[in-house]
Design a protein around this ligand. Structure first.
Ligand SMILES: Nc1ncnc2c1ncn2[C@@H]1O[C@H](COP(=O)(O)OP(=O)(O)OP(=O)(O)O)[C@@H](O)[C@H]1O
Length: 464
């Protein structure tokens, strides 16, 4: 059995097994994270490869290649700095205006410190063109009124648009996951001999409830479907609820597993198809096995768990599958399934910095939607991020602006939310709004005061 790689920050239960450099930091792979257009990363020593994602309009029928060339040309003409976020579609380019919904620069933060910016001459943009699928989930029902056993999406899906950006973690967790999955796909695609170099395509995210594990799996699948779309023009995500596989009628469960994997196998046989299988709450497999052993469940259940594990082992050998799993169990995870996972990451509750950034994004969204009224009058009012707070908060009191006062309040709110999960944090602004005496035309400052009160009041019992 391979030794799993722990790619999260150290946590009390599982020690990282990845090597560190002399400074004790985890070395990142060489700066070649993004596949080139032929899905093969190209080393560029002088320049940083920066991903530029271009989303086509739903109505567009333009060839992705033509759009890519047009965007590359547009970027070449501009002497711009590269920071994460959208850039406007040029008004003087009718072709791009007609076909492109948005252009987004991604992941520059992994190359620069928070205060630096990348200038155009330091960057080689890697343009990825994609169109969102609007089909929605295709639910597979069991036909007898029970829970469906799986959902299926065509990726990249409209539902998952913006999910990656909305998930905020410190210490580059998202980037490391993306690098590992991208490397695994590249090794497979290049036919690296697994007996000589061993790797795997099973990812396990574990941690307390509401920390965004399921969302992170879906967002990762979406990202990879965009980054690898020239190698894999079709991409699907199959979400399996481990719970629903263990139906009351265990004799049915065996059939469900067989049906599910037959379907996945068919998808995988198409070599241009990239398939993600997401299994939530894998610990329920262990629970079913344990219950069967103690005699409190029919022994059928152990057969179902074993069938599932066998099927997963079979699937593992297919080059175009990535298996994503989540578990809420943070302590000793010792189920047979987990041993199979190669990439394990602990996803914990948000730290102060992440809480600040999550609440900041909530506040910005309420300002954008006009729920809060910005007294500074600017349409593009942007609050500073956590990293630049230190400098901002040290200005003399006389020079203090409305935005600096807001930062202080936001920081206070983030401190008041210690111990809350990301899910609870994203609910807090709604609860605060409902608690306002006058919910119309509230200022951000008044809103933040209410949010701090709400956090203090609700913290012990905030629903997950
Ligand atoms: N770190 C985070 N940054 C931003 N949003 C977050 C974060 N963590 C959780 N959320 C929010 O919480 C929601 C719920 O997360 P999700 O269901 O993926 O968590 P989970 O860990 O899988 O929970 P569970 O284990 O209970 O199923 C997300 O859609 C997101 O809005």
């Amino acid at each position: 059995m391979n030794t799993p790689m722990e790619i999260s920050e150290p946590n009390p239960t599982i020690q990282p097994e990845i090597s560190t450099d002399q400074n004790g930091s985890v070395p990142l792979p060489d700066p070649v994270p993004v596949p080139e257009h032929n899905s093969c990363p190209k080393f560029s020593e002088e320049k940083f490869l920066v991903s530029v994602e271009v989303c086509l309009k739903a109505s567009s029928t333009a060839r992705a290649e033509d759009v890519r060339i047009a965007v590359e040309r547009m970027l070449e003409k501009r002497s711009m700095s590269y920071v994460d976020g959208p850039i406007p579609v040029p008004a003087d380019d009718p072709f791009l205006l007609e076909n492109v919904q948005k252009i987004c620069i991604c992941d520059t933060d992994e190359w620069v410190d928070n205060h630096d910016i990348l200038l155009f001459w330091q960057v080689k943009p890697v343009v990825h063109v994609y169109q969102l699928s609007e089909e929605g989930p295709c639910e597979e029902s069991t036909g007898d009124g029970q829970l469906s056993s799986f959902n299926e999406w065509i990726l990249p899906a409209k539902e998952f648009d913006g999910m990656w950006e909305s998930l905020i973690y410190e210490s580059g967790l998202k980037q490391r996951l993306l690098h590992y999955a991208a490397s695994a796909l590249l090794f497979t695609d290049k036919g690296v001999n697994p007996f000589l170099v061993s790797w795997n395509r099973i990812v396990l995210l574990h941690g307390p409830p509401g920390t965004g594990k399921t969302s992170l799996c879906k967002a990762l699948a979406q990202k990879l479907s965009i980054r690898f779309n020239s190698r894999y023009p079709q991409c699907q995500l199959v979400e399996v609820s481990a719970h629903s596989l263990f139906s009351k009628w265990f004799s049915e469960s065996g059939k469900l597993v067989a049906k599910l994997f037959q379907k996945i196998q068919e998808m995988v046989e198409e070599e241009n198809n990239l398939v993600f299988v997401l299994i939530d709450e894998v610990e329920s497999l262990a629970a079913a096995r344990k219950a069967a052993l103690s005699g409190s469940e029919p022994s059928d259940s152990i057969r179902v768990v074993n069938a599932l594990l066998t099927q997963l082992d079979k699937l593992k050998s297919a080059p175009n599958v990535i298996i994503l799993t989540t578990s809420n169990i943070t302590a000793a995870i010792d189920i047979a399934f987990v041993d199979r996972a190669d990439i394990k990451a602990y996803v914990g509750p948000p730290t102060l910095q992440a809480r600040y950034e999550i609440l900041k994004s909530c506040l910005q969204e309420l300002l954008r939607a006009g729920i809060l009224i910005n007294l500074e009058g600017s349409d593009n009012f942007v609050l500073p991020n956590y990293a630049s707070l230190k400098d901002k908060l040290h200005v003399p009191e006389l020079e203090e602006s409305v935005s600096i006062n807001l930062c202080r309040q936001l920081l206070e709110a983030a401190e008041a939310c210690e111990g809350l999960s990301g899910r609870s944090l994203r609910k807090l602004p709604f609860l605060a709004h409902a608690a306002l005496c006058n919910p119309y035309g509230c200022t951000p400052s008044k809103f933040l005061r209410t949010m701090i009160d709400t956090a203090n009041r609700e913290r012990p019992a905030l629903p997950e």
